[in-house]
Design a protein around this ligand. Structure first.
Ligand code: ADP
Length: 516
């Protein structure tokens, strides 16, 4: 049972001993002169003054934050109402000039018939440090919140705003983040129209405990402008998992939306331009192809007539005649070979425009990839022989059939093997075909010049060729690989290259096979 000090038999002297030994500072000072009358051990130790030194001091000497006037003003009410006590925080200065935070409790009393002030001083240095840290953390948190590009808010279970960051306050049209507290969406002019929708959405998120994400189409802002908003609402749960409110984020994505819109428009425009360009190329190629075939046909006829009718009549002994004949023969050869190259380019052009337009043969049949590969190899064997290159086969037995357009597949093989031979001076070209998971994978491996890493993706684009046109390094039209890419894509396959300059390239493609 709780007892008074007297009931507990503790004498005044015993209690005085407890006060003297207390680690808290306790002292009495004269209410008039303010001179210290009693100072306990805790105070002496903490202040680092001796009893003698303290006897000539007043509490004012310990309190650098006070003047004689302000201290007197503080004490005044206490003098008037004896029972009243006051409490305040300040700093105390020790004898060595070091400062520490204190909480002072003051009360007027009488000691030996003299009015005195009783002071109990608590050292609150640690508490202050924690408070400062807490304040710093809070300020930092506020700074973080205010610097986040999104608008953030949080509401209680009744959808009443409990707080928000600066961005949200600006968007909601309130003066400061504190002004949002206690408001609902119905109080914010900015969102009145949508208030019901927001309220329902809050309810759903809190009831289902599931976050919701919405893109809100042009939304009227406090500044009168319309904006696209990207919103997220997340249920706020306490440690026991109980929903206590809702956390929301908003982001004005108008600029992003506008950019997307512009990009989309640009993309449509570019596609249209590309289509026009393709149509133009196709028309031009077609228009040139017909007369060019005619010209080449006539050149053939002229060559044959010259060889069979004209040249035999010439007297070869005459050096001028001989030179002229050789010249004509040579020129016709050039016309024919260059004309042939031109025809190939036009054919490739017509081909790619047709493939891109989806006008290619869509008929696909079960095809044996090995027979297609062998046929392509045969067609190209002359070219390999001319360059003294070996073509090796590495075929897996019994491969499943593919659903493919045979002629187009052959075109891919021919293009890739042709390239491999074209860009290889010595070594070999190996054709490897195997089954891998649900695909048939073809590798065309050469020991040629290789392709630098930065060009490896680009060569599948139309007209892209590695090397300099001026050095005569270009040996084709730059369309072969883009045609292959399109054909493989039309067969739901993949095509890629791995290569090292100076060592060679491996062009590969993979096509899904018909289940065995
Ligand atoms: P073309 O061979 O008619 O120039 P392609 O589209 O078939 O056009 O090839 C594009 C470019 O890719 C070639 O010009 C060449 O620079 C590079 N290339 C293709 N195949 C190989 C290969 N096997 N080795 C080295 N470079 C190659």
């Amino acid at each position: 049972m709780l007892k008074t000090l007297q009931q507990a038999g503790i004498s005044n002297t015993g209690f005085a001993h407890i006060l003297e030994e207390s680690l808290n500072e306790i002292y009495l000072f004269d209410a008039k002169t303010l001179r210290f009358l009693l100072v306990n051990k805790g105070a002496r130790l903490n202040l680092k003054y001796s009893m003698e030194e303290l006897s000539s001091l007043t509490p004012l000497d310990l309190k650098p934050e006070f003047t004689a006037k302000s201290f007197a003003e503080l004490l005044d009410p206490l003098r008037k109402y004896e029972k009243q006590k006051i409490q305040f925080e300040t700093v105390h200065r020790r004898k060595d000039d070091s400062l520490y935070d204190v909480e002072v409790h003051l009360q007027l009393s009488t000691f030996q018939s003299v009015p005195v002030f009783v002071a109990i001083i608590l050292d609150i240095t640690e508490r202050k440090k924690t408070e400062v840290k807490l304040l710093e953390t809070q300020q930092m948190l506020k700074l973080v919140m205010d610097n986040i590009p999104q608008s953030i808010f949080w509401k209680d279970k009744k959808s009443i705003y409990l707080g928000c960051n600066k961005n949200f306050a600006n968007e909601a049209g309130v003066n400061s983040t504190a002004d949002i507290i206690g408001k609902t969406d119905y109080d914010l002019a900015w969102r009145k129209e949508e208030s019901d929708f927001f309220r329902k959405c809050d309810r759903r998120v809190m009831d289902t405990k599931k976050a919701e994400y919405h893109i809100i189409e042009p939304q009227l802002q406090a500044d009168g402008k319309h904006a696209w908003l990207d919103t997220n609402k997340i249920p706020l749960c306490n440690n026991e998992g109980k929903v206590i409110g809702i956390l929301g984020t908003y982001e004005d994505i108008t600029e992003r939306r506008m950019m997307e819109k512009n990009l989309l428009e640009l993309n449509t425009y570019l596609k249209m331009q590309d289509k026009l360009k393709t149509e133009f190329l196709s028309t031009v190629a077609h228009e040139i192809r017909t007369p060019l075939s005619l010209v080449l046909g006539f050149v053939g006829v002229i060559k044959s007539k010259l060889n069979t009718v004209i040249f035999p009549q010439l007297k070869d002994e005459e050096p001028r005649m001989k030179k002229a004949r050789e010249q004509i023969e040579n020129d016709i050869k050039i016309i024919q070979s260059e004309g042939k190259k031109f025809v190939t380019l036009l054919d490739d052009l017509l081909d790619i425009t047709k493939i891109e337009d989806g006008m290619v043969e869509t008929v696909k049949e079960p095809v044996s990839i090995l027979s297609v590969a062998k046929r392509s190899m045969k067609m190209i064997s002359d070219l390999a022989e001319q360059k003294n290159l070996k073509i090796q086969k590495d075929f897996e037995d019994k491969l499943p059939l593919l659903l493919a357009n045979e002629a187009r597949l052959e075109q891919v093989f021919t293009n890739l093997i042709n390239n491999a031979i074209k860009f290889t001076e010595k070594g070999s070209v190996t054709l490897k075909i195997k089954k891998q998971k649900n695909e048939i994978v073809v590798n065309i491996i050469d020991t040629g010049i290789g392709i630098e890493k930065e060009y490896q993706d680009k060569i599948f684009n139309k007209f892209y060729q590695v090397g300099d046109i001026n050095t005569g390094n270009r040996k084709g039209t730059g369309l072969g690989l883009s045609i292959c890419k399109q054909i493989i894509a039309n067969h739901d396959g993949r095509i890629w290259v791995e290569s090292e300059t100076g060592k060679g390239s491996t062009f590969s493609f993979a096509l899904p096979y018909i289940s065995e």
